[in-house]
Write a protein that binds this ligand. Structure first.
Ligand code: CU
Length: 334
């Protein structure tokens, strides 16, 4: 998990950190673990008097399916950081040949979706947003803001130093860490800009993820349905604070369908609950943040209303949220 400020630009200026909940009995076996927090950085670029003005449309990606194009506000984020470090001073992960590493990869950026890969190595995904999934092995991850994946990486190379590459979706930029094998001190690190070919390899999709512990939904149909259109500033036609709460009642099975009519990709996050992404077979991943593709993308999730209170439901693009892309989920009596 991640903890972070939820006021103004505090998150964007670095008021965040990882929160790791260890299970009483760890079912996975591994030799070392690292937490990698991916961030975009603009502090010092402006005076933070507001949340910035869009600076352009970013890099076009014409050969992608238009419903899969990830585009963002285009604000200037000149640095991409991993654990607070820029590409020319990268964090170093240590491994011995044959080790199995656990990486906890988290996107805490304000305005940037990331693709993540490790040169010469594959990624076996074991958890999505802290919740276990059936292990699936891929070359690259895509993380919307707020999303987290745990992956196992087998140190299958005989030695050397390998690029851990982070590329923003839909615009220019570059971040990196280095995976260094023990005894490889004489081999220099990869060039700053060396790009793992794995970034273009098999990319994790939500459809690859099967929940190990699906929600215990009752038989029948949901008790409450919401059908919400997403734009860059509104959820269901309303923009916070001029927005009605979305009522739910304790004990209900709630289903929310989101349809994104905008040209921006929206990683949507619900506080206080895990939800299950609707998928054929009923075992979609249990998450708390899910990206809804631009230009007609649609995602449906279910949750059990078991945590009374008033909870934020918002886009995890900081600027979209500041523009009002936030609603309250509010528990009411039946
Ligand atoms: Cu958004």
């Amino acid at each position: 998990f991640m903890y972070h400020a939820h006021v103004g630009v505090q998150l964007d200026r670095g008021l965040y950190g990882p929160l790791i909940v260890e299970p009483r009995n760890e079912p996975l076996a591994y030799d070392g673990e690292y937490t990698l927090m991916l961030d975009d950085w603009r502090d010092g670029v402006d005076d933070h008097a507001d949340h910035g003005t869009p600076a352009g449309e970013g890099v076009a990606q014409p050969d992608l399916d238009p419903t899969d194009v990830v585009s963002f506000g285009g604000r200037a984020y000149p640095l991409l950081l991993i654990n607070g470090r820029p590409p020319d001073d990268p964090p170093v992960l240590q491994a011995r040949p044959g080790d199995r590493l656990r990486l906890r990869v988290m996107n805490i950026a304000a305005d940037t979706g990331f693709r993540f890969a490790v040169a010469g190595h594959r990624l076996t995904v074991t958890h999505s947003d802290g919740m276990p999934v059936e292990p699936v092995t891929v070359d690259a991850l895509r993380l919307g803001m707020g999303e987290r994946y745990d992956v196992l990486v087998d140190a299958v190379q005989p030695g050397g130093a390998w690029q851990v590459g982070v590329e923003p979706e839909g615009r220019a930029g570059w971040g990196r860490a280095v995976l260094r094998y023990s005894g490889s001190g004489s081999s220099g690190p990869p060039a700053v800009a060396e790009r793992p070919v794995e970034l273009d390899g098999r990319l994790l999709q939500y459809a690859d993820l099967l929940a190990v512990e699906p929600l215990q939904l009752p038989a029948g149909a949901p008790d409450r349905l919401y059908d919400l259109t997403l734009t860059g500033t509104q959820i269901g036609g309303q923009s916070y604070p001029d927005a009605n709460p979305l009522p739910v009642t304790e004990g209900e099975w709630v289903r929310i369908t989101m349809r994104n009519t905008s040209s921006k990709w929206h990683p949507m996050h619900l506080h206080g609950h895990h939800f299950q992404v609707l998928a054929p077979g009923g075992r979609g991943p249990v998450k708390d943040t899910v990206a809804v593709p631009a230009r007609g993308g649609e995602v449906t999730f279910d949750f059990l209303a078991g945590n009374p209170g008033r909870w934020l439901f918002h886009c995890h693009n900081h600027h979209h949220m500041e523009d009002g892309m936030l609603r309250l989920v509010e528990y009411v009596r039946r």
